[in-house]
Design a protein around this ligand. Structure first.
Ligand code: MCN
Ligand code: CUN
Length: 787
């Protein structure tokens, strides 16, 4: 921050407080943690996607002079730790005992004096495998005679995980049977990976004297992890301290508990020394939480003139070898239930079937909003397919069907209550900003002129449901999704806010200080935000599903208001008036009708710690705590328009422009919101055009490095054009809605719709992501790139 720049006393643009250390290279990440006597762990991984383990010989590795311990599945079985529960109530192998079930699965863990020796010793472990036929294609997972992946589960004779449905099937079938038009489209939302800049890792330190385990680890949910460690390992919870220091990007990759974390803990218990384990890039890409992998069969029904009547969908969900997704228990398909999108329809129905395949576990990650990415992609592609079939302009079709402002709060046909919105206003703003009509004119001229330079205009309108959640509906492993907050105000009026949520780059140290500043009138510079340490912060479920602002942000406002009420009593005593005679303005209480007679929050804080006499029954100090259980989710929304140029000769797509209008209710820090949107839009361009985790037919992972798994850079991104509308959430104390995943959720459909709009004159109706040059070229030739 420059000296001249003003720090807002509340909401407003403000540079991130945490940047002072990040920009100076003073961040403190897990790999920066160095403890006396620390040892290093490395994981031996399976080269096969599916194979029986016949034997594991660790003798040569154990003989390595720098090796302190070699841990196998058998070692863990002896401690009853070979399997751990997943966040979805399945079990996952920590280290394989019987079989390996995906390429890259953890088989053994070596603890050595340095990282290099640990890695060297991996090569000395001799594992004898008997390869088995793998299940790679989810569409074949339920075939009769398909190899059974989870024969560890009793009585399991197939690869079926769950069936889940939502909506009214009978009513939907009736609407479809009577509809004038039905458009049908199969589509794949391919497996992608969050690929945070920092990979996953941990440093575990079990103090043999006190019995206290401290674990520095890359986690988005430190408190939830601590409870799971306590339950799984039988360690007393108060003897476990989870510290999540600075996190170099999470994107959902750091929600779950990975075998490496558990192995570092066991390594520390066995050696009596701290043990560090840090993945490399390939390990991260191959074995940690992927995202999506939804095969969707979608149908949309409408009248001839484009009134949408219903949506139905069948999904085949590839969950990999262990059901390791991290969504609220009641929702095995996450919040996919919002697939009716932003439209006023009569009926909807979805069926989702989850299956095991020989791939890494995961599913809910990469700014997914619990599968709302898939839901938004589905409905926004279907609307475009319908526009294509009806010969209608996709903007016009959307405007005819968007929910109207007077319909809020809106009960969706699948049971969700959208809190607030003005959708047509957002879409009109986006169309105005991009200059929609002029662009269509340009496109018409280009089409008339012919040639290989194609132009496409695509859009997407999305509604998200974020802020999980009302605790009675939402829990993870039985832990209800409510968040605590604690606010202390020191005698001199400086404050410290303690939170359970965990920033991974979202700027919480700034924005949460701004919420307190807005409520109390203390400068955000004078408010420290403490997070990422279970010994120092109240319990809460962590950061994912863009829930920090909706849940902990609300908790922060509530706790600050409690402090304000306490301050009122102290101010009344200081001013020798009744508390009822006081009025609040930002930063001070004053006597109604006499502005000059007032006390600042700083004066009040000092008095609260002094020998001032307070009314009977009122303690001193201003500190307060609260637990916030949200009454509903918040429903941010947005309208995105993308313009692409496509070279028909090479299939190369260039994103020319991208307009994004977001509505996340009241913006705490517009600069941070814009940063979140920029990042998410880049994600969307990446997923639409280049990312996609591929496997060969033997289940070999083909995206183990950034040479093969492509991420977007500034070269692929246009200069984003952002707009905003503000529709406050009626039930959130400051009217804010979450925004961290909005752009990732909304943008892929806009990019894909734009590319397909460009290809439309060539008879292309749909093509699956990623729309690489090869995929686009194949689509133009009329052949699919994949079967
Ligand atoms: N914010 C605001 N006004 C609003 C809403 C949000 O100023 N109306 C601010 C918040 O105060 C916060 C940031 O925007 O500083 C994001 O807030 P929110 O939408 O509540 O999302 P979370 O903080 O819960 O972040 C989670 C979300 C998720 S789930 C993924 S995945 C993702 C994302 O955030 N991962 C990220 N954005 C990321 N950004 C970075 N840099 N790194 C990641 O790993
Ligand atoms: Cu789903 S990725 Mo974010 O919720 O951590």
């Amino acid at each position: 921050m420059t000296a001249t720049e003003e720090v807002p006393m509340g909401f407003g643009r403000m540079h991130r407080k945490e940047d002072a250390r990040f920009l100076r290279g003073r961040g403190n990440y897990v790999d920066d943690v160095v403890l006396p006597g620390m040892l290093h762990g490395a994981v031996l991984r399976s080269p096969y996607a599916h194979a029986k383990i016949l034997s594991v010989d660790t003798s040569a590795a154990e003989a390595h002079p720098k090796v302190r311990a070699v841990i196998t599945g058998e070692t863990l079985a002896g401690l009853d730790l070979a399997w751990m529960p997943t966040l979805s109530g399945d079990v996952q192998a920590v280290l394989a005992t019987d079989k390996v079930r995906f390429q890259g699965q953890e088989v053994a863990f070596v603890v050595a004096e340095d990282r290099y020796s640990a890695r060297d010793a991996l090569e000395l472990i001799d594992v004898e495998y008997e390869p088995l036929a793998p299940v790679v294609d989810a569409r074949k997972a339920l075939d009769a005679g398909a190899p059974v992946i989870r024969d560890d589960l009793e009585g399991r004779a197939d690869n079926h995980i769950f069936d889940w449905e939502t909506g009214d099937k009978a009513r939907t079938d009736e609407v479809f049977a009577n509809a004038e038009v039905v458009a049908v489209q199969d589509m794949l939302y391919p497996r992608v990976h969050p690929a945070p800049m920092e990979t996953c890792g941990s440093v575990a330190d079990m103090d043999p004297v006190t019995g206290k385990l401290t674990i520095w680890t890359t986690t988005q949910a430190p408190h939830a992890h601590r409870t799971v460690y306590a339950l799984v390992a039988g360690l007393p919870e108060h003897k476990i301290r989870v510290i999540s220091p600075d996190i170099g990007g999470g994107f959902g990759n750091k929600v779950g508990i990975y075998p490496g974390y558990v192995c570092s803990i066991v390594g520390s218990i066995l050696t009596g020394k701290p043990v560090k384990w840090m993945e490399d890039r390939s390990e991260n890409l191959m074995s940690t939480s992927f995202a999506r992998d939804y095969h969707m069969h979608g149908e949309i029904a409408s009248t001839k003139d484009g009134k949408i009547l219903g949506v139905r969908v069948k999904v085949l969900a590839d969950h990999g070898a262990f059901n390791g997704t991290a969504q609220p228990t009641k929702y095995p398909a996450g919040f996919f239930g919002v697939f009716t999108g932003s439209y006023d329809i009569e009926a909807a129905h979805a069926e989702v079937t989850g299956v095991y395949t020989n791939k890494a576990p995961g599913g809910v990650a990469y700014a997914c909003s619990f599968r709302i990415t898939e839901a938004v992609y589905l409905v926004e592609r279907l609307v475009d397919v319908l526009a294509h079939d009806l010969g209608l302009d996709p903007a016009e079709l959307r405007l005819r069907n968007l929910l109207r402002p007077e319909q809020f709060p809106y009960q969706s046909k699948t049971g969700w209550e959208y809190d607030s919105g003005d959708y047509p206003r957002a879409l009109r703003l986006a169309l105005d900003m991009v200059g929609y009509e002029k662009l269509r004119e340009e496109q018409a001229k280009r089409r008339e002129a012919g040639g290989e330079q194609l132009m496409g205009i695509g859009m997407a309108f999305f509604t998200e449901a974020v802020g999980a959640g009302p605790r009675k509906h939402m829990d993870i492993l039985g832990l209800g999704m409510a968040d605590g907050a604690e606010l202390r105000v020191h005698p001199t009026g400086k404050a410290v806010l303690r939170l359970s949520v965990q920033s991974q780059g979202q700027g919480h140290e700034t924005t949460f200080a701004q919420i307190v500043a807005e409520e109390l009138g203390i400068s955000p510079e004078d408010i420290d935000v403490v997070h990422g340490d279970t010994d120092q912060t109240p319990f809460g479920l962590g950061t994912y599903g863009s829930r920090s602002t909706p849940v902990s942000g609300a908790a922060t406002a509530v706790v600050a208001r409690k402090v304000r009420e306490r301050a009122k009593i102290v101010a009344a005593a200081m001013l020798e008036v009744s508390a009822d005679d006081l009025e609040w303005e930002k930063g001070r209480w004053f006597v109604k009708g006499d502005r000059a007679a007032g006390k600042s929050i700083q004066d009040i804080a000092m008095a609260a710690h002094s020998n001032l006499e307070l009314p009977e029954g009122v303690e001193g100090h201003l500190d307060a705590t609260c637990v916030y259980n949200p009454p509903n989710l918040t429903y941010p929304f947005g309208a995105y328009v993308c313009v692409v140029d496509v070279d028909a000769g090479t299939g190369q797509v260039k994103v020319r422009r991208f307009v994004a209008v977001d509505d996340c209710g009241v913006r705490i820090n517009p600069m941070i919101v814009e940063g979140q949107v920029h990042g998410g839009l880049a994600d969307g361009v990446g997923m639409a055009l280049m990312q996609g985790m591929a496997f060969d037919e033997d289940g070999n992972h083909l995206g183990g490095s950034f040479m093969d798994y492509l991420l977007p850079t500034s070269m692929e991104c246009p200069s984003w054009e952002l707009g905003e509308t503000v529709t406050p959430s009626p039930h959130h104390p400051i009217g804010a809605k979450g925004v961290g995943e909005s752009a990732t959720v909304g943008s892929p459909a806009a990019v894909v719709n734009a590319v397909l709009d460009a290809l439309k004159p060539h008879g292309v109706r749909h093509a699956d992501m990623p729309l690489t040059p090869a995929a686009v070229w194949c689509a133009l030739q009329g052949r699919p790139i994949r079967t």
